[in-house]
Design a protein around this ligand. Sequence first.
Ligand code: ZN
Length: 202
Amino acid sequence: MVAQPSPVSCRVPHSFAVCANEWEYLTSAKELRRVALHEASHAVMAVLGGLPCWGIYVRGSGSNCMFCTIVTSGQPLGKSDYLHAAAGAAGHVIVWGGYSHPTTNADREIFARVDAPSWDETVEEARAILEPEREKIETLASLIEEIVKDAADDDVKTRMMDGDTEPYRELVSAKKLYSVLDRQPPGPVAQWLEANTDRIGE
Ligand SMILES: [Zn+2]
């Protein structure tokens, strides 16, 4: 038996330049590296913070595709959620010493809540936590780059998610993510991996 689908949400999605013809990204290598590091940082922080993470994906296709790291948020939102949201910016601070503001618009949304901590302080906190994980973040980012650049469309696993008609193409599987971080996937993710279903969170 597989656990009931978790309230999985596509948190912190990112518009990613323009991608046409499914897998052909009209973007520079530098832009791809930027997005890959950003998503890898979100994913690593989700795992470190104990939020179930279902992997890193490209949602949709054509000009509407975006990168996303899928996590199950805390109910209610807690410290791990804020650190996870700030992690994309923190990853850029670690590698490049700073981040561009527009790339964090979606990440900063939850910081508008009245009980939210400060964005800047949370980015700094996330940076301190992620700094020792830099190598793993870069490993995951390289995996993302390789798939986007080199994988044929047919070689990329496509998954669906409840309540969404868009396909999710898998860049880093949950299995790979937890393995790179040398952690065991939490119960719901482990059961899902074992069931090998094509639907995220089921
Ligand atoms: Zn982000």
